[in-house]
Design a protein around this ligand. Structure first.
Ligand code: ATP
Ligand code: MG
Length: 581
């Protein structure tokens, strides 16, 4: 292995003792029943995510603790305690039920920027028994229409500016009955609009929460669309057990923490770990309304005294791209723990984290479908850079061959999970058959390829669709991309298999360069030489093409299927989640 293990001190030597003391012991003793006894159920069968995450704390010392510290793009700050969020979400639940007639199971969708109203609204809709669906604010009209039509959402909460963007699609959405506008000082009020402020001002802050069952639908998230048309994964109220447990033992959330999750609520990370997991643990969250900016992010980490930070490889790579000089202007004394999810975390990025923050990024793996973290690196466990870590206690992960039989260690195959954890999706909305097709021989097949080593660490190989078959060798794009970005001139890389009459496929790399580097034949040869030294000749890219930026989903995932479609001159398929170039 190229990168040495990052070894951790023994548990006793941690200044702040992690919640997870002994991984193996916890694995042996683990039971979801025990986890569920930490949470405030209505009775043995009824639970509501909004109650567990917010109202349950009102009976404790956390009542007046800050739950949300929000900073706008302009730098204004708003703070909300658990009590504030409870009352405001009660008001919103009243708006939905009393004013708009929302009933249990109705879909309530959000198309908003990262403003406090999205948090309040989601909590209120859950209290009302609705099924919430957040949509990323950068979506265009088609992406919004597809999801609202598919889900048959009854209520949409949006802002005047975002409404303008999608107004043309409303006639095509017969199920959509009401649109609530969050003005935040923006635009003039049209008397025909349902105004969030007006409705909230009239609503009572007392609400008798809908006593939802553990298995009642609560959350709908459309997948990122990296491999094809997004699917609506549906989660239940009982999922909060998974959010809570992984928030506690993977993100290591503790009473005094100031926690920052950089994901937008439009993606599953932004709800599971930007709302439910941390609040079920009673932790203070900081939220920045704006998007990525290296300077702003460093300053936010410093100013807010963030202790636990959950972000994504694409953001880390952008920070790396911004150079090593910038972070030297900031102090990160409060930061004690950092995690990453969403894409494979290149070992280079783990090492860069150590150099820049004095700590390693802890990679973890999960999907919209799994609802919560499944495989992770933990504070107490050594990190093998490039590995996603080990399964969460209580989760059984396996590597299967193409007949769905388990493979021994060190073999590459299909990453699968034994079904039954609380936050597992219960269906793909209106795609029941597709849902069932994901289960084989008692396993949930994730669609990713991976390998498990002798010590039980999992290594991501690639999406099943992205793995390259070249002259009889299987090459995972991640391995090649990781080596490419080690080259000092390379910022990002996407690798595909290009059909070849002899080798079946050859490896082709698309490379974007760091600022200050220009494409040239010389540089191409230099990169080629650099990777040849590090990789087998089968895995070394036969072709390298320079492009100014890689096609990505709006959540920052490299869309290799688009690189491939473009290369082959094929139709691009669903591009609704694609970032503008
Ligand atoms: P779609 O299913 O629509 O193609 P998607 O799979 O990208 O989109 P998500 O559910 O948001 O949608 O992403 C989950 C996927 O992201 C995983 O299946 C995996 O391929 C990738 N992923 C997430 N975390 C990691 C990680 N730590 N390492 C490697 N891959 C990861
Ligand atoms: Mg997927």
């Amino acid at each position: 292995m190229e990168y040495p293990k990052i070894t951790k001190t023994p548990f006793e030597q941690f200044a702040i003792k992690p919640n997870l003391q002994d991984y193996h012991k916890m694995g042996e003793k683990f039971s979801w029943d025990k986890i569920s006894s930490d949470l405030d159920w209505f009775d043995h069968e009824h639970i509501n995510i909004a109650h567990v995450t917010i109202d349950a704390h009102l009976k404790t010392d956390r009542k007046n603790k800050k739950a949300l510290i929000w900073e706008s793009k302009k730098g204004e700050v708003e703070e909300y305690t658990f009590l504030n969020l409870s009352r405001l979400s009660n008001k919103f639940a009243n708006v939905l039920v009393k004013e708009l007639g929302v009933q249990k199971g109705d879909r309530v969708f959000f198309f908003l920027e990262r403003v406090p109203e999205i948090f309040i609204g989601i909590l209120g809709a859950l209290k009302a028994g609705g099924v919430i669906g957040p949509l990323f604010s950068a979506f265009g009209p088609d992406a919004v229409k597809d999801r609202l039509a598919d889900s048959e959402a009854k209520v949409l909460i949006t802002s005047p500016a975002l409404k303008k963007k999608i107004v043309e699609v409303f006639p095509e959405l017969p199920a959509l009955k009401n649109i609530i506008l969050v003005h935040r000082g923006e635009a003039k009020e049209d008397p025909n609009d349902l105004s969030y402020d007006r409705l909230m001002a009239q609503a009572s802050d007392f609400f008798d929460m809908v006593k939802t069952r553990q298995e009642d639908y609560a959350i709908m998230h459309y997948t990122s669309g990296t491999t094809g048309k997004p699917k609506g994964a549906v989660h239940v109220h009982g999922a909060v057990l998974g959010h809570y447990a992984t928030g506690k033992y993977v993100l290591d959330l503790q009473e005094e923490d100031i926690y920052w999750c950089t994901a937008d609520p439009g993606w599953v990370t932004g709800t599971s770990y930007g709302m439910f997991g941390p609040w079920a643990n009673g932790v203070t969250q900081v939220v920045y309304e704006g998007g990525f900016s290296a300077k702003y992010w460093y300053s936010f980490l410093e100013r807010k005294k963030v202790t636990v930070w959950y972000t994504a490889p694409t953001a880390i790579r952008m920070l790396m791209k911004a150079g090593d000089e910038l972070p030297r202007n900031y102090r990160f004394d409060s930061l004690r723990y950092m995690c990453s999810v969403g894409e494979p975390l290149n070992p280079e990025a783990v090492v860069w984290g150590e150099k820049t923050f004095g700590k390693a990024f802890h990679d973890n793996w999960w999907q919209t479908e799994t609802g919560s973290i499944m495989i992770a690196n933990y504070p107490i466990q050594d990190i093998k850079p490039g590995s996603m870590g080990r399964p969460f206690p209580g989760i059984k992960a396996g590597i299967l061959d193409d007949n769905f039989n388990e493979l021994p260690s060190d073999r590459e195959g299909n990453l699968a999970l034994r079904p039954g954890w609380p936050s597992m999706f219960r269906t793909y909305w209106k795609k029941e058959e597709l849902y069932h097709s994901r289960f084989k021989k008692g396993w949930y097949i994730t669609g990713d390829k991976a390998r498990r080593d002798e010590e039980g660490y999992f290594w991501f190989v690639g999406r099943a669709d992205d793995v390259i078959n070249t002259a009889g060798h299987l090459v995972g794009p991640f391995e090649v991309e990781s080596v490419l970005i080690e080259h000092p001139a390379v910022a990002e890389a996407g690798v595909i298999g290009k059909p070849d009459p002899i080798a079946m496929e050859v490896v082709k790399a698309f490379v974007s360069l760091k600022d200050g580097n220009d494409p040239s034949e010389e540089l191409r040869h230099d990169i080629q030489k650099f990777v040849m030294k590090r990789l087998s000749s089968a895995a070394a890219p036969r072709e390298i093409e320079f492009i100014s930026s890689l096609p990505k989903t709006r959540s920052g995932k490299i869309m290799r299927r688009l690189l491939k479609a473009r290369e082959l001159g094929l139709p691009l398929g669903d591009t609704s989640t694609m970032e503008e170039e």
